[in-house]
Ligand binder design. Structure first.
Ligand code: FES
Ligand code: FES
Length: 182
């Protein structure tokens, strides 16, 4: 079975198919940005993008994502390490404190801004409703999303960008790897 993770193709077989996707990404692919917190789909810390839609993956199995385009926080920055404007906005606005919620929050916000690049603060508030943060009080997070919004294309450009497998992220050159636990 094939997955597409941050622009790379990954082949999966054997027992790995039965793993929860959050564990697979963290333990087999070393993508530890995605967090496993509540384990019941309640907090949003495990949010990533599947085909440009945000999804909490702590209760999902690898085998359910055949052919899916998966984007994690590691796929947002440019290959040279330059932060995505949304990541930079989180830094600049002080929207990161302990940081545990941040990858899920950023990915949820990224999916939202791809679809709604000129949001009101109320729309932003609603968009991150399913992502919990114990530290910030949310205001800096909303500030950051608002600050990053002008970097997202609007109108027809937004539609074209949303059709792209990984949105406006910076896909790395595709490589093939195989992951299979026996
Ligand atoms: S860890 Fe998945 S929603 Fe909390
Ligand atoms: S920054 Fe600590 S939970 Fe959000």
């Amino acid at each position: 079975m094939k997955l597409h993770v941050n622009g790379k193709q990954v082949e999966v077989d054997g027992a790995a198919l039965e793993m929860r996707l959050v564990e697979f990404l963290r333990e087999e692919l070393d993508l530890t940005g995605v967090k496993n917190a509540c384990d019941i789909g309640a907090c949003g810390a495990c949010s990533i993008l599947i085909n440009n839609e945000p999804l909490k993956i702590c209760i999902k199995r690898v085998k359910d994502f055949e052919g899916s385009q998966i984007l994690t926080i590691e796929g947002l920055a440019a290959p040279d390490g330059t932060l995505h404007p949304l990541q930079q906005a989180f830094v600049d606005c002080g929207a990161i404190q302990c940081g545990f919620c941040t990858p899920g929050m950023v990915m949820t916000a990224h999916a939202f801004l791809l679809k709604c690049p000129r949001p009101t603060r109320d729309q932003i508030r609603k968009a991150i409703n399913g992502n919990l943060c114990r530290c910030t009080g949310y205001q800096q997070i909303i500030d950051a999303i608002e600050r990053a919004a002008p970097h997202y294309p609007s109108g027809l450009q937004a539609a074209a960008s949303a059709e792209s497998p990984v949105g406006s992220a910076h896909p790395e050159t595709a490589t093939l790897s195989t992951v299979g636990a026996s």
